[in-house]
Ligand binder design. Structure first.
Ligand SMILES: [Zn+2]
Ligand SMILES: [Zn+2]
Length: 349
């Protein structure tokens, strides 16, 4: 099966084509279904604010999430992964490759803007769910050890992340927000931050297991840091598989197949555990042939920093943020829009 990105690909390099007319109907200048995701975020935030976030503090939620994403332990993991990428790279490339610089921009944007947004969005969602469905929260049980409840939450959260990621690849509107993540041609550990802020709406479902077991076990900051670290490491440019353990855990060599340029990219959707892909028949295990594979989207349907003589990081970043709202790229006359185009990657710095 072709990845959706391939089906939408245009046979040309560079960003998606502009609409034919600036004065045409709105639907020809914008991809209107994308605004349904904006509306969903506004509704969740609005409801959360309306019920006062259940008495919880949005500022505290932001500082908690900041500790997970940018706390000392997270930064230590990041440093180790950056060294691993240099020592044992899957693809040899300069430290200041264009893709690395662009993903650093995404990292700074995440810490400054996306992190507060997702923290408050998550708090609002949890508050609304608990208020609307209080029966979802199981009563505290003295028979279930706390460590077991916590382990169950982590495994169920990973399953929900898999489901949301699966939906990202099967739903056209969600994929328009998700394709930015797949556009990276210089995959590295910071690619985990290369996401559109609004895609986090689709991952709110992963909060439900923690809500259900709220009274029996909570996810500590350390557990969340470890979970986030495994997801980040899966994106690193490190030539590393986990051998037999890959039947359970996602390795960098396993996840790189999900970003493979000549796809299919709707395989290996797992965040931390590979078991969901195996259950769904969507697991593709690494071979020596897949380790150094090129990544990215055929035909570059979205603006990428690797195109052009000079990178123009900020301009490309703005185009990547606006990408989901622009008209769906159409095939040039006389071409088959169901076929992926040859990918004109230019390895430039
Ligand atoms: Zn994906
Ligand atoms: Zn990924």
């Amino acid at each position: 099966m072709l990845p959706l990105g391939a089906r939408l690909a245009v046979p040309r390099a560079g960003p998606a084509p502009r609409s034919p007319s600036r004065s045409g109907p709105l639907a020809t200048r914008l991809y209107l279904p994308a605004f349904s995701i904006v509306a969903a975020a506004v509704v969740v935030l609005g409801l959360g604010w309306w019920i006062g976030f259940g008495g919880a503090s949005p500022a505290l939620a932001v500082s908690d999430l900041r500790l997970v994403i940018a706390g000392p332990l997270s930064l230590a993991f990041l440093a180790v992964f950056l060294v691993a990428e240099r020592v044992r790279p899957a693809q040899r490339r300069p430290l200041i490759a264009r893709g690395h610089r662009q993903d650093l921009l995404f990292t700074l944007f995440n810490v400054a803007v996306v992190l507060p947004f997702t923290a408050v969005l998550g708090l609002a969602f949890s508050t609304v769910v608990i208020r609307a469905c209080p029966w979802l929260v199981l009563p505290a049980s003295s028979t279930v050890p706390r460590w077991l409840a916590t382990a169950l939450v982590v495994v169920a959260m990973d399953a929900c992340n898999w489901l949301a990621h699966f939906a990202n690849h099967r739903n056209n509107v969600l994929y328009r927000f998700h394709e930015l993540h797949h556009s990276q041609e210089d995959m590295n550990v910071l690619t985990v931050f290369r996401t559109h802020p609004l895609i986090h709406v689709s991952y709110l479902v992963a909060l439900i297991p923690a809500i259900i077991l709220l009274a029996n076990g909570t996810l500590t900051t350390t557990i969340l840091v470890l979970y986030a670290a495994t997801v980040a490491f899966a994106h690193s440019n490190t030539n590393l598989g986990f051998g037999p353990l890959e039947r359970i855990f996602v390795s960098p060599n396993f996840h790189r197949i999900h970003h493979k340029l000549d796809g299919p990219q709707d395989v290996n959707l797992g965040f931390t555990l590979t078991i969901w892909d195996q259950l769904a028949g969507l697991a593709v295990f690494p071979t020596p042939h897949t380790i150094r594979t090129d990544t990215g989207l055929p035909g570059r349907p979205l603006a990428v920093e690797q195109a052009g003589e000079r990178p123009h990081h900020l301009r490309v970043f703005a185009a990547q943020m606006a990408g989901p709202f622009r008209p769906v790229p159409t095939a040039a006359p006389g071409t088959d829009d169901l076929m992926p185009s040859p990918h004109p990657i230019r390895r430039t710095l």
